[in-house]
Design a protein around this ligand. Structure first.
Ligand code: NAD
Ligand code: UDP
Ligand code: UDP
Length: 318
């Protein structure tokens, strides 16, 4: 029998959050989407406005939130380096105070709570590919630290609330994910390269472009989220969710240029401070414990994402 749940999604108007709202509504649940629109937009969830099982609340998660829910997905936090570095103190507050409020709420309501953690907890990793038992190589005082250390502290809080207050927690470490509804000016590499290629502008390559990332398409990632949330109580993570196919940024640019048929040229710019040189998830745990693995190859995912941005840019007349 299907049981309707009340699901809170913090950061629900963002890139991942809005897709998660869609998915939870499709599954017949009620969704409370909480967002302060720092990087997310109302437009991302506009199509849900008339759905009676959907509610949108403007709220900053660094402040307490008293609502009644059965499950919580905690996604509120800017994810792109240019955004999380714009107001770094706020980024740490969102990660840490946001986690405390969400955990306090979960404790009171006895809700199961999911944390969107990140591969950034591994920092500039000296272990490759990254396994969950690797403790990471993070600079505590650099420009990325507000995010990296904030997310690490959030993981600590999740595990301490479990040990101390016996909460039901699920912690996913998300690796670079892309797809429709990324913000066109978001500054992350996939959206930036696609928008630049479609506009015929130079592709902004930071450093040599030999640094690597492993890109997961959004629908694959969400499938992993739900499998983790629905897994037995003793499966708590942290668990890597990402696509292990690894690419250099040069390879990514070449593929984007090929698929858009663009004449854009690559322009090299300085590499930002503490930019990780390599990143690739070991997903053995996700395979074994969740029966999960990604299905959508980069070429196919990029084609879908390019089609989305093409429509957006055409509609905006830019
Ligand atoms: P996003 O920036 O599109 O979404 C974040 C959302 O959180 C936005 O809608 C934003 O307005 C909201 N938000 C920010 N501060 C808030 C606050 N104080 N109160 C309420 N809402 C707030 O980014 P995304 O890619 O959708 O990322 C979602 C989550 O997944 C983030 O926690 C991010 O750290 C994590 N993550 C994402 C990736 C990725 O590649 N997309 C990788 C690792 C981790
Ligand atoms: N909190 C919240 N909503 C709730 C319950 C708690 O936002 O439904 C917040 C509350 O403001 C508190 C935080 O979550 O600061 C942590 O709550 P907890 O009960 O763990 O701690 P305490 O209130 O005892 O400090
Ligand atoms: N990058 C780039 N050009 C851009 C944006 C990013 O070369 O316009 C590089 C960036 O330096 C990093 C990689 O692409 O090495 C991924 O960057 P992103 O900001 O998407 O995410 P990160 O994984 O670094 O958090």
């Amino acid at each position: 029998m299907h049981l309707e749940k009340r699901i809170l999604i913090t950061g629900g108007a963002g890139f991942l959050g809005s897709h998660l709202c869609d998915m939870m509504l499709e599954r017949g649940h009620r969704v409370l989407c909480v967002d302060n629109f720092f990087t997310g937009t109302q437009q991302n969830v506009d199509h849900l406005r008339d759905n009676p099982r959907f509610e949108l609340m403007r709220h900053d998660i660094t402040f307490p939130l008293y609502v009644e829910v059965d499950e919580i997905y905690n996604l509120a936090c800017p994810a792109s380096p240019i955004h999380y570095q714009r107001d770094p103190v706020q980024t740490t507050k969102v990660s840490v105070l946001g986690a405390i409020n969400v955990l306090g709420l979960a404790k009171r309501t006895k809700a199961k709570v999911f944390q969107a953690s990140t591969s950034e907890v591994y920092g500039d990793p000296s272990v490759h590919p990254q396994t969950e038992d690797y403790w990471g190589n993070v600079n505590p005082i650099g420009v990325r630290s507000c995010y990296d250390e904030g997310k690490r502290c959030a993981e600590t809080l999740f595990f301490d609330y479990r040990r101390q207050h016996h909460l039901s927690i699920k912690v996913a470490r998300i690796f670079n994910t892309y797809g429709p509804r990324m913000h066109p000016n978001d500054g992350r590499v996939v959206s930036s390269f696609i928008v630049q290629a479609l506009r015929g502008e130079d592709i902004t390559m930071y450093g040599t472009g030999q640094q690597t990332r492993s890109f997961c398409f959004v629908s694959d990632l969400l499938d992993g989220f739900v499998r983790l949330m629905d897994s037995p109580d003793d499966v708590i993570g942290p668990i890597n969710i990402g696509n292990p196919s690894e690419f250099t940024m040069i390879e990514l640019a070449d593929l984007v240029i090929e698929l858009t048929g663009s004449r854009s040229k690559v322009r090299h710019l300085p590499l930002p401070q503490d930019d990780p040189r390599q990143r690739k998830p070991d997903i053995t745990k996700a395979r074994d414990l969740l029966g999960w693995e990604p299905r959508i190859a980069l070429r196919e995912g990029l084609q879908r994402t390019i089609a989305y941005f093409d429509r957006q840019l055409t509609a905006a007349g830019t």
